[in-house]
Design a protein. Structure first.
Length: 278
């Protein structure tokens, strides 16, 4: 025969209401996954390809530096000046300056002061061989020559493609930032709602788990896309791979951060469950 204590325990289990899954938990989790993914992707873009400093550092070591060097030397040759006046360090500085101006939505306007000084020294040396000096020329003539050189270089760099790229980058940055703001506000509202309805851990443990999984998949697709782009554009393959790998580093970091956050929520849920049972 069952003891009275066993009978009471059995009656309590029978009388206990069966917990039914809440449909709104599913839709809240689904919305949270979507919002978190948008925020994670937006943050990745703002930290990499839409970041002027990131792009400037990446492109300073790319074939664009060589192209800029050739562009300046080409302009100098039109004035009868032979040889290269651009050092590698100076070229990288000018590339960074140009990239930041493009990302700011401005026309490229490079500061060629150092090149102008180097050019004057070169001309002085060449004229010195004939017993002449640029000091014999009026200052207005020298300044006019420097101004023409700077304007010609900048005009050659401000192509329609560069102007289109500047507008495109500005537009994309605006769209991404607006989406980040909207998604951030919506996710904050979801967090407050889940706290008031006592389902925060249930929703956000699943939310971060799904988001981490999807984000790992997204980063993997980016990796495949980089490899495909490098094959399609062999002339820029090294640049594409270099920039792509740096983007992937930040992408993997974001994915692991989401996974760690998911593990924290699940661990917290487990600890609370153990506490309640005791």
């Amino acid at each position: 025969m069952m003891s009275r204590e066993e009978m009471r325990r059995q009656q309590k289990q029978t009388a206990a209401p069966v917990k039914k899954p809440h449909p709104h938990h599913f839709w809240a989790s689904f919305l949270g996954v979507l919002l978190t993914l948008i925020i994670a992707v937006g943050l990745l873009l703002n930290a990499t390809v839409l970041n002027a400093d990131f792009a400037a550092d990446e492109l300073a070591d790319s074939p664009i530096s060589t192209q800029l060097k050739e562009q300046v030397n080409s302009s100098l040759s039109e004035y009868g000046v032979s040889g290269s006046l651009l050092t590698t360090k100076e070229t990288k500085r000018l590339v960074k300056q140009a990239v930041k101006q493009v990302y700011a939505g401005k026309n490229i306007k490079l500061d060629l002061t150092n090149i102008e000084k180097r050019l004057q020294l070169k001309v002085d040396d060449e004229l010195g061989a004939y017993g002449l000096s640029t000091s014999m020329l009026p200052d207005s003539a020298t300044s006019q020559f420097n101004s023409q050189l700077t304007n010609q270089v900048n005009q050659k760099l401000n192509t329609s493609e560069v102007q289109t790229a500047a507008k495109t980058i500005t537009t994309i940055k605006t769209v991404v930032n607006v989406m980040l703001i909207i998604s951030g506000i919506a996710l904050a509202v979801l967090m407050v709602w889940s706290l008031f309805t006592h389902c925060f851990l249930q929703i956000f443990s699943w939310l971060t788990t799904w988001t981490a999984g999807l984000y790992f998949g997204l980063v993997w697709l980016i990796k495949l896309g980089i490899a495909q782009a490098a094959q399609t554009e062999p002339d820029y393959a090294s640049t594409i791979v270099k920039i792509g790998n740096d983007v992937l580093v930040k992408g993997w970091q974001m994915a692991w951060l989401l996974l760690i956050l998911a593990l924290v929520w699940w661990l917290w849920r487990g600890i609370l469950r153990i506490i309640r049972h005791h």
